[in-house]
Design a protein around this ligand. Structure first.
Ligand code: SF4
Length: 352
């Protein structure tokens, strides 16, 4: 390892912890967060000597390698190789009116859902706050955007965010901080498989972010078949915690529901989803997700007509429902698919 690679990360948060006088600290933070600099050399209004000093002592990015996999539909999947050689993933999703990134909170995932490629990878480790935030900064840089142009974040990539809540909260605070990215918490969504204690802790953190619950089945028997941790957390207990989160934040809750043939797609299950939501007066929205097959997956997706029928039952029950047709299928949109396969880079963008 060269001495340059051994440099510690300069974490520009809180701003006061940065090197130099107050004015210089603000300049450095501005370059990293608002202008997306990945090298001290790019910070052209800093004196040359200071830039050299910073360059020798620190590095800005957490990643050894960033590989980009563009999809025909405009989304781009990113595979990040971390300093310890482990890998994690994120997705850039440009829409007409907004640019969204889907970030990971862990390497792999300890939950092990049967339908999920990340679950099949097993658990690597928790990501640090800077490794979480740096995914956004690296994507912005690669897309030629200022980091502040990305206004929507979903924590729905690899991992269960509530099992790494401390790091996730710190990363989110940096996204929200006006001196850092200055994002609106309403535009940040944390997606969880449902850990009641974690949902309550998230409410206590008072970050104001939106909650998405990966429900995937309304009954314990089915849920336990597809989500191993569901054995420890009955649906009713999860829904009570979600209702408390809704009461505290008044933010509409999204329910994610991956459609699996013959497992969770019966009309009675749609009615049961509606009962769980309506019984607790949660303002909610259900996202039906067609299953995105991956090699070796032990489950099959519900055909289109079955998905439409399920959506109709929910609508009849008064629950706003959309079907989220996947993007990036041609480059492995299901989380974990890139890291699961040995892939060659279509484009790479190393930064140290
Ligand atoms: S669906 Fe989410 S919680 Fe389940 S294994 Fe995949 S990443 Fe983990």
């Amino acid at each position: 390892m060269s001495p340059r690679e051994k440099r510690p990360i300069l974490e520009p948060w809180p701003i006061e912890a940065l090197p130099g006088e107050g004015f210089r600290k603000r300049q450095i933070a501005h370059w990293i967060y608002k202008r997306g600099a990945r090298e001290f050399d790019e910070m052209t209004d800093l004196p040359r000597a200071l830039r050299r000093e910073l360059e020798e002592a620190w590095r800005v990015s957490e990643f050894d390698l960033v590989q980009a996999f563009p999809s025909a539909d405009g989304s781009v999947k990113y595979l990040f190789t971390l300093k310890d050689g482990k890998q994690t993933e994120a997705v850039y999703l440009p829409y007409k009116d907004r640019k969204t990134v889907c970030l990971s909170s862990q390497v792999g995932c300890p939950v092990g859902c049967t339908f999920c490629a990340t679950g099949a990878l097993g658990f690597g480790r928790n990501l640090t706050p800077w490794e979480i935030l740096d995914q956004l900064l690296a994507i912005a840089h690669h897309q030629g955007l200022a980091p502040t142009e990305i206004r929507n974040v979903v924590l729905m990539g690899m991992g269960e965010p509530l099992l790494n809540l401390e790091a996730v909260s710190t990363a989110v605070r940096r996204m929200i901080d006006k001196n850092a990215l200055g994002m609106s918490p309403r535009r940040i969504t944390l997606s969880t498989v449902g850990i009641p204690k974690g949902i309550r802790r998230l409410a206590e953190e008072d970050l104001g972010v939106k909650l998405a619950l990966s429900l995937h089945a309304p009954d314990d028997e089915t849920r336990r078949k597809i989500i191993p941790t569901a054995k420890a957390y009955p649906v009713e207990a999860i829904m009570d915690a979600v209702a408390d989160y809704f009461k505290k934040t008044k933010r509409r809750v999204t329910f994610e529901y991956v459609m699996l043939k013959g497992i969770n797609d019966a009309p009675w299950q749609a009615r049961e989803v509606a009962r769980l939501i309506k019984g607790r007066r949660i303002v909610a929205h259900v996202n039906l997700i067609p299953f995105n097959p991956w090699e070796g997956a032990p489950v099959e997706g519900t055909p289109r007509e079955g998905i439409r029928r399920f959506a109709r039952v929910l609508e009849e029950e008064g629950i706003p429902t959309t079907v989220r047709w996947s993007r990036g299928v041609d480059v492995g949109a299901a989380c974990g698919q890139l890291a699961l396969k040995e892939v060659g880079p279509l484009a790479f963008h190393p930064r140290r």
